[in-house]
Design a protein around this ligand. Sequence first.
Ligand code: UFG
Length: 328
Amino acid sequence: MRIFVVGGAGYVGSHCVRRLVAGGHEVTVFDNLSAGHRRAVDPGAAFVQGDLADRAALERVFSAGRFDAAMHFAAFLNVGESVSEPLKYWQNNVANTLTLLQVVQASGVQRFVFSSSCAVYGEPEDLPIVETLPKNPINPYGNTKLTVELMLAHSAPAWGLGSVALRYFNAAGAAVDGSIGEDHDPEIHLIPLVLQVALGVRENIRVFGTDYPTPDGTCVRDYIHVEDLAEAHLLAVQACEPGRAEAFNVGTGRGHSVLEIVAAARTVTGHPVPLVVTARRPGDPPALYADSDKLRRACGWQPRYLDIHRVIETAWRWHHAHPGGFER
Ligand code: UFG
């Protein structure tokens, strides 16, 4: 397929582009490089630097491209920032996606894969999380993701769009050959922050709360390897059916606490990784982990990284070789 990938220079996007190219697809990446990195883009993909807010730029690429599918990774993802600057999130994550979908509709493209999030569930009433649980996002970020899912659901019967929304749990790890990995500025996610401590870039890791109703009192998350996520995208784009909007969880089904992540990072890096317990971070649900059976059954997806040590090992290889990230 000829696939248009918005946000293909970002963390999850770049790993997916690599997988699509390896799978024989012809990929065009469209990214404004506000959070992505040119060097993260697979050399086998075409690259256009452009902004989703720029309808004319999108139209130019679509009129030249004759794409079979579009994938959309480009969004802001800092939950705390989404609370303090909600309109920035509604503009980029929703309004700009609306522009993209309008261009997609006009161009006749009928397959669309969207990066959604477990944040659409808010604080789930049951675990593991199945797709049918109520969607009650507790922050603007989660609401923007859910809103785009609704746009996709409405588009399916109205103009025949075939879409898959993949609800990622916590994306983690790096390409197993160490060539690309996670590079956010500022970094906000647990595993890269812990590895920065092991690298000596930070003195300690702050543990946000030890009084949650979980076995060791710290929050539990489902860390899904970025290459397993990439595989899910490859399968999802093949599974898009005209007129149908689907949504799938993408997680391992296993939860790990913050303290378990720190302990695993100590084992992998051999560094003591000192920690400091601080207050809870507002808006953190105690535990989130996925039931991903729907994706397994529908697409034959099978995550390969079920051992958190292996996930952290791949991230460590990347961070160790690129302590300053892609550009620094
Ligand atoms: N944490 C710490 N110390 C830190 C950073 C994080 O204790 O310095 C804890 C958090 O409180 C949380 C866990 O580590 O319990 C993981 O935190 P991350 O920030 O790495 O990721 P989140 O679980 O907050 O991820 C959420 C949603 C995702 C969403 C993502 C967007 O679960 O769906 O935010 O950034 F995509």
